[in-house]
Design a protein around this ligand. Structure first.
Ligand code: NAD
Length: 96
């Protein structure tokens, strides 16, 4: 399938996608990277990122507020943060 050209130039922009290894998040991460952004995925499972050029995984449990702070600081300290996307979650109806 031909790749559509990006509709926006995100060169030199840095993006975080929480839950970016999942179905919705990975699609967003790929689009951001395709538009030139440097993309960091925060996810507890990074297995799907092997075939996602321009996307760097950071393993973090997003229920751990301190871990979120550390990972976002890691990204910001590396050159800033321009875009934040939240796509983590679960469709499970289990109660805890
Ligand atoms: N796919 C749909 O059609 C749809 C429709 C409506 C709502 N949603 C909701 O949108 C969200 C994302 O959907 P999806 O289809 O991409 O789901 P998905 O399961 O494919 O992806 C969710 C991602 O979140 C990550 N994640 C979950 N808990 C985490 C945690 N504690 N720490 C770090 N990462 C964690 C998972 O590892 C996974 O990569 C879900 O909450 C889902 O219920 C999805």
């Amino acid at each position: 399938m031909p790749t559509e050209p990006p509709i926006i130039d995100l060169t030199n922009k840095r993006a975080v996608v929480a839950g970016g290894a999942g179905a919705i998040g990975l699609a967003i991460a790929r689009k951001l990277a395709g538009a030139g952004a440097q993309v960091f995925v925060l996810d507890i499972n990074l297995d799907t990122l092997a075939d996602a050029p321009g996307v760097e995984g950071i393993n973090v449990d997003l229920t751990d507020v301190k871990a979120i702070g550390r990972s976002v600081k890691q990204v910001r300290d590396g050159g800033g943060l321009d875009i934040a996307v939240h796509a983590a979650g679960s469709a499970s109806d289990q109660t805890h």
